[in-house]
Design a binder for this molecule. Structure first.
Ligand SMILES: Cc1cc2nc3c(=O)[nH]c(=O)nc-3n(C[C@H](O)[C@H](O)[C@H](O)COP(=O)(O)O)c2cc1C
Length: 332
C-alpha cells in the first residue's frame, strides 16, 4: 500500500494521515496550544495575511539548496525539536520507532533532523539514520543531566546543541496541568555555562522578542529558533513572522531558524523573505509519519521543497540567499 507514496499529492498525504488519526480520536492533538489557543490562531492568521507579489518576466529557474550549520540541504526546511508524539505513540506499535522513521525520511530528502527530550541511546539511533541532527536539550531542573546531554550530542556527532528555554516554566497544552515536572527555571548564568561547556554551536529555542535574541547572542549562542513552541508556552504569543524582521535586524550575524505553524512551501518562503535562515516543522512531520512512516516524511519534504522552488521562481529569486522582503505585502 505504501508503494505509491511518492506520487501522492499534498492533500492526499494529509488525508491519508487523517484517515489513521481520526479513528483513534487523536485529531484534536494536531491543534494544541495553551489555554484559549489564541497564540496558535493569531500566528496562523498573521501568516495568512501576508501576500506575495509575482515577478515572472526575466525570472530564471530557482534552486532551494541551502546550508545550515555547515551542512548542505536540499532546502532550508528542516525538523523542529521532536520527542514523544501522543498521536504516533497511539498509532503504533511501530516496527521501527517513529522518531527514527522521521529521521530516515528527512535523510532521504536531504534535510535535517532535530531531537528534543530523547536520551543518549535513542539519540544515537536517530543520528544513525544519516541526517544531520540538532539536539535540543530540555531545561532539566537537574543541571548535571543537561551536561550529560551536551556530552551525548558532541560524542554522537550532532551538528548543534541547544535548549528550549520556553519550557522552563513547563509546557501547557490547552488547560492541562503544565509539565513535565522534571523541568525547571534556568538562569542566564546557567545558560552561559552550557554554551561554554560545548564545542558545538549553541541554539536557543523559544525566542519571541528582540530582548531574548540579543541576550542569546550576548550569552554566546550561535543560533536562535524564533518559536512559540507550536503554541504551548503562554497564551496570546506574538506571531513568529511579525517579530522576525526586528529580530533579524537586531542580530544580523546569528543563524535564525523559525517554527510554529509552518505547513506549506509558501509559509517557508515568507519566513525566508523576512529574515530566517531555515524553517522548522513539528506537527507536519507527525502528519507525514502518520501517513506513511519514513516514506511519508520523505514525500512531504519533497512536496514542500517543490512548493518553495515554484514560489521562488515565480517571484524572481534564483537562490535562497537572494530571497528578500520587498516581494511581500504585510498587514498594516
Ligand atoms: C510530537 C512533538 C514533540 C515535540 N517535542 C519537543 C521537544 O522535545 N523539545 C522542543 O523544544 N520542542 C518540541 N516540540 C515542539 C517543536 O519543536 C516545535 O517548536 C513546534 O512543533 C512547532 O510548531 P508546529 O507543530 O506548528 O510546527 C515538539 C513538537 C511535536 C509536534
Amino acid at each position: 500500500m505504501e508503494g505509491d507514496v511518492d506520487s501522492l499529492r499534498y492533500n492526499e498525504l494529509v488525508e491519508r494521515a487523517l484517515g489513521r488519526i481520526r479513528p483513534i480520536g487523536m485529531e484534536p492533538y494536531l491543534d494544541l496550544g495553551s489555554e484559549t489557543r489564541s497564540g496558535t490562531r493569531m500566528n496562523r492568521e498573521y501568516m495568512d495575511s501576508i501576500s506575495i507579489e509575482m515577478r515572472i518576466l526575466h525570472s530564471k529557474p530557482a534552486s532551494t539548496a541551502a546550508k545550515l550549520f555547515g551542512r548542505d540541504l536540499t532546502a532550508p526546511i528542516v525538523a523542529s525539536a521532536l520527542c514523544e508524539s501522543r498521536i504516533l505513540k497511539r498509532l503504533g506499535p511501530w516496527t521501527t520507532p517513529y522518531l527514527e522513521q522521521i529521521a530516515k525520511g528527512l535523510a532521504e530528502a536531504g534535510s535535517m533532523m532535530s531531537t528534543g527530550d530523547v536520551q543518549h541511546d535513542e539519540l544515537a539511533r536517530i543520528v544513525e539514520q544519516g541526517a544531520p541532527v540538532i539536539h535540543i536539550v530540555k531545561p532539566y531542573a537537574d543541571e548535571s543531566r543537561i551536561h550529560g546531554h551536551l556530552e551525548s550530542a558532541r560524542s554522537l556527532g550532532c551538528v548543534a546543541i541547544g535548549m528550549d528555554i520556553d519550557a522552563m516554566y513547563l509546557e501547557k497544552a490547552w488547560d492541562e496541568v503544565p509539565g513535565p515536572a522534571y523541568l525547571g527555571y534556568q538562569s542566564a548564568e546557567q545558560i552561559a555555562r552550557y554554551v561554554k561547556a560545548t564545542p558545538l554551536p549553541f541554539v536557543i529555542k523559544g525566542v519571541l522578542s528582540v530582548q531574548d535574541a540579543t541576550a542569546a547572542r550576548d550569552l554566546g549562542a550561535a543560533a536562535i529558533v524564533v518559536s512559540s513552541h507550536g503554541g504551548e508556552t503562554i497564551d496570546f504569543t506574538t506571531p513568529v513572522l511579525e517579530l522576525l524582521p526586528a529580530i533579524r535586524k537586531a542580530v544580523p550575524e546569528m543563524t535564525i531558524l523559525v517554527d510554529s505553524g509552518f505547513r506549506r512551501g509558501s509559509d517557508a518562503f515568507k519566513a525566508l523573505a523576512l529574515g530566517a535562515d531555515g524553517v522548522g516543522l513539528g506537527t507536519q512531520l507527525v502528519v507525514a509519519c502518520a501517513a506513511a512512516g519514513s516514506d511519508g516524511v520523505r514525500r512531504m519534504m519533497h512536496l514542500l521543497q517543490e512548493e518553495l522552488e515554484r514560489v521562488m521562481c515565480l517571484t524572481g529569486f534564483q537562490s535562497v540567499s537572494a530571497v528578500e522582503p520587498s516581494v511581500l505585502h504585510l498587514p498594516r
